[in-house]
Design a protein around this ligand. Sequence first.
Ligand code: SF4
Length: 380
Amino acid sequence: MPVPLLSEDRISQLPPRAQEVVEYRKSGLSLNHIQGCSLGCGYCIRHTYGLWDENKPVALMSDAQAVEQLVGHRYFQSHVTPIQVFNRATEPFLPRVPHTFAVLEDLDERELTNHVLVITRHQLNEDDIDRLDQLSHIKVTLLFTYSGIDDKRIEPYPSHVAAESLKLMSSPRIRKYRTVLYWRPLVPGLNDTDEHLAAAHELSKHADATVFTGLFYRDEIAAYYKANKIPEPYQGTARRKIVPEELEARVLEAFSNSAALFRKTSCAVSYVHGLPDYNGHYGVRELCDICPLSQLELCAGAHRTPTVEELHQVASVLPDTRTLKVIDITDRAALVSGLESEQPRYFLQHTLGFQIHDELHPHREKRHGRAEIGWTENLA
Ligand code: SF4
């Protein structure tokens, strides 16, 4: 049963960012015409879109209209742009969200070969295996969010469901879609005991790859924690995900015999499909020290530093890059300024497969684009 369709009038009352159905994020162009979720994870990104109170999914338009909007979007490029389906405002496998398959099948019928990322923590079943396996063009990656957090105030929906779904969906030996253990959010003092790390390592054996990452601890989420008397994990908030240095070292140690552990979502997604990283992280060489050798070679072969002219040429198709300035280009990344938002930056990054950094948000060496909280040295 499809979810209720909101009237134009109701849509116009939504927060402005919630009305934006297509939005470019680092891992891909994200489609979110279904909004509202009943799982109630305390750290949910919906807090930051003014959508937290919406716990019943609703549709802002039909699936056909939404896919048209996605593939007609100025940032969309057939076979190039990574796509994310329902990663911002709902859980894609809620029983009342049959829209996920409608979108995937529509994209597949168009014979698009883009990456499509679907992030879930919900229960999946045998029928889902069959239906997903019929998608033959798009490159589907299922990312199973698993944290091992058992504080019901933070995660009312238990982590073991995602673990079971990951095992089930990974079980067919031959399948077209790929699975990733999305081990997050890792929070010191909450889910980082040796037992937690060992459990995640055990679970990772079922997945095609594992990504570990921290918490997006934004102001809205901190306010929610305070209001609900949930112990605050950090003193301050940050615009990037937080992974303290010591915790990262312990994760690497726990996974020292693992062949497919990644720090970055796009690295894992690219790896499981046998492709070089579409975000060009290879330029940031210290990220690659845990990568399988075969993947390292693949990324090295694809790594090409663009010229200033090439960057401007790629940018010239967009209206929102007119004020773009290229400050510097090294083998590592291009440093730019003058972009109105982060979205065109991701367009450039994915088109060129090369890191594009904004002068306003400098990347610190060895910190892998993460927040400064929990890191002692300024190594830049
Ligand atoms: S070689 Fe580096 S950029 Fe490529 S997938 Fe591995 S970690 Fe990512």
